[in-house]
Design a protein around this ligand. Sequence first.
Ligand SMILES: Nc1ncnc2c1ncn2[C@@H]1O[C@H](COP(=O)(O)OP(=O)(O)OP(=O)(O)O)[C@@H](O)[C@H]1O
Ligand SMILES: [Mg+2]
Length: 345
Amino acid sequence: MQQPKVSVRGLYKIFGDNISEAQKLLAQGLGKDEVFSRTGHVVGVNNVSFDVAAGDIYVLMGLSGSGKSTLIRLINRLVEPSSGSINIDGEDIARLPPHELVKWRRRRVAMVFQSFALMPHRSVLDNAAFGLEMAGVDRRTREERAMAVLGQVGLQTYAAKYPSQLSGGMQQRVGLARALAVDPDILLMDEAFSALDPLKRVEMQGLMLELQREHRRTVIFVSHDLEEALRIGSRIGIMEGGNLVQEGTAHEIITRPANDYVRRFFKGVDTSRYLTAVDLLDSSLQGQSFGDHQRIAASTPLPEAMKIVLGIDQPVSVFDDTNRLLGAISARSLLQKIAQEARHV
Ligand SMILES: Nc1ncnc2c1ncn2[C@@H]1O[C@H](COP(=O)(O)OP(=O)(O)OP(=O)(O)O)[C@@H](O)[C@H]1O
Ligand SMILES: [Mg+2]
């Protein structure tokens, strides 16, 4: 496997001054609440390990207080780890001395928060150029670059305006432009779209995916919204009480939720919208091909794939976008799957 871009191992954040005592209790299997009642220490992040591949959007999801913000802030050490490692391109960020850390942050990483945190007395252009100014980039270069990223987020014509003259959605775009302007390798986004109304939110998710197609950045994105996670996440990590209780692709999370806590996020969400033909493959037909006229793309959305399969009384072959045969779906296996699902609801 390709070397991951970000590799987190055994990461802990315990808020308090006797970390080893709290860690000892955690190692004995005690939960966050018990550790708090015995030591008064708050477990922010408990022994978390995960990898993020270059160019992926990794979404961290979980209820309020589950440790999402703490975890994402540990990545660039806005929060200092209690123990564990954060490898990025083979370098352990947890061990960087302060002056190296400042340099690393300026060069490689940018963060977007829920509150737009724009400077009200500065124009949109100057806000977008702020990170570059901090990095000591000369005025002409930074304004050119800021203008280019404002173009990417559709705000070029607003460059001379002030934040108060923009809608919330537009302000969040400026926040995103400011982060993109420094051309970060890694983009950390904490509930970046949560303050937006649902329509604006979906629009920003679309913009993210569009930007990703052009410049594949490694993005870690915190959200408490499963639909957002399913829409934009290459992989999703689910946090509960400081623990990463499950991680995987949208497909893995939907088809094999680790526990009831994970399942609870599905309530009111039509998860089948996020599944595709791949999720219907019949393992008993592995390796068989059924002629070219009955073929569909792996990315065919589930409802459409079902319609096709149920309309033909022969198995349908499924190919990926490199034209590789992945397997086949039969009406029989499909009906079995539906019956199985029905029993689980
Ligand atoms: N500076 C701090 N001092 C003490 N405890 C903290 C601190 N920051 C966070 N915590 C605690 O760590 C836990 C995780 O908080 P965190 O902010 O990471 O959660 P979250 O998942 O981001 O929640 P939300 O969805 O509300 O933003 C909580 O119990 C919180 O009270
Ligand atoms: Mg948070």
